[in-house]
Design a protein around this ligand. Sequence first.
Ligand code: F6R
Length: 599
Amino acid sequence: MCGIIAYIGNQEVVPLLIGGLKKLEYRGYDSAGVCLVIDHGLKTVKEKGKVVKLEKSLVKQKLSSTIGIAHTRWATHGEPNQINSHPHLDCSSKIAIAHNGIVENYHALKELLESEGHKIVSDTDSEIIAHLVEKFYQGDLEQAVTKALELIVGSYGLVVMHQDEEKIIAARKSSPLIIGVGDGEMFIASDVPAILKHTKQVIYLQDEEIAIINKDEYSIKNLNGQPVNKKIEEIKWSVDQIEKGGYKHFMLKEIFEQPTSIANVISGRVKDNQIKITVNFDIKKVKRIIITACGTSWHSALIGKYLIEQLTEIPVEVDYASEFRYRQPVVNKEDLLIVISQSGETADTLAALREAKLKGAKTLGIVNVVGSTITREVDSGIYLHAGPEIGVASTKAFSSQVVALLILALYIRQEKKQKLDERLLKDLDNLPQTIKETLGLDADIKKMAKEFKGVTNFLYLGRGINFPVALEGALKLKEISYIHAEGYPAAEIKHGPIALIDQEMPVVFIATKNNLSEKIISNMQEVKARDGKIIAVVNEVTEEIKKLADYTIEVPEVSNKLSPIINVIPLQLLAYHIANDKGIDVDKPKNLAKSVTVE
Ligand code: F6R
């Protein structure tokens, strides 16, 4: 998703903006650009492709400035090319803007502006904003931006500068923006990593707030021009936490961080066989739970359904956030809506949350990024404390989400005065260590992965609580290796997918011990009979498994309710190594964005 960094201060701005853009690369983008104020004029440099290309072009031009805005663009309106890249200028080339989000009434505004003589050069919706600001500019940038925003329907994380005003205006609606406060310098960014090297003091802008920023001070107002008092917050993440720490990719580092991230989500919440979390409403009164999320977070929601229903007997529905928000869902005051999101900024998840709130449901967020929009809008929340997840493919956030859901289910059970299973609590306590053991399989999986880099299709099969793990394994593989992969409940293959099975088709079975083990062995036999290549994730390589499976991955045995967390690890590693062997930039797979802040 698009990224913004802007700076005003005394330092040379080019290296600072480029450094910031590089830290935002993980969000996904296809072009990048900067605009600098130099001698009361604007200088814009934009390139299709990677930030390093932009950097080379800037180095050649030896530009010097201390005020500038920069952007990485992930195309929505108009193809990725130099003209469509941000920053965009108005007709007089005195005003520059960089914008994340979507101007929904862009066609109407374009017609209006063109009828007034504005020449719009790009195919983007964003350029309209530069022209709107120009339309209203009468020597006061703040006023012009405020008037322009009144006409915009849609979302924006926006920065604007004028060549003759030593300030940057920032505004936010449904697209995150933070101000970094330094000493004699200020930063604006769409995400913390972009500025963390320079300051840990940040202010989170809220929707419909405008910030007027110069190098020594800032003021924040609402759209009616009334001042808003904001607290400066301190970021706790270290620069180290967002660097690769010796791993080739963030994704691999994050897979290996799971013993720590899981310890963090448990820490302080499970102690002496008791669950300690704070929920700001009476959870015992909840009659039904709806969990909504997107992508990997939706897979953890599916596991959450098993956990909550089995431990609390409260019925749980799971819905894609993008479907929930538009299907006129039946929601009432006795319902609890749980939203799960690593970023806390996913547009569809946020919209689903708002829809349920309007209908009176209680809401609870399971989120990683502290201070993100979802965390500010839910009634109650459980932070994952997984640390920054930079790799586009979610790994450690997924396992932490499942643990957070388990802790929530145990908490509800405890509140209902039902006994907690001691073996489960013991296994939960040991989980970081069990994950460490499971990660010891890496070398074997790396070897195995070499056999599969040429295949074009994969099938993942699981049952019960491990069916969503099959979905997650397939998603991991397809998003980073571009190999087509599907996840199915193992028994479903007879109803269609079995037609695909032949000696070219690797089939991953999640077949760890549980009440469905025998049934999954029969499913394996069905695949074997059709010459499929079986990769079996098991707790024990029995004689039967030896006969059926071409490859085995032996993981430690834990309570069935914790098995998805262990079983997903070899699947994360398999996807990683296959993609890496194919030479793909695993952290930034094509067409994908880390944080999907548009619907
Ligand atoms: C897949 C992946 C995505 C996200 C989805 C939701 O590896 O990362 O499917 O899970 O875009 O993002 P969050 O959890 O930030 O709401």
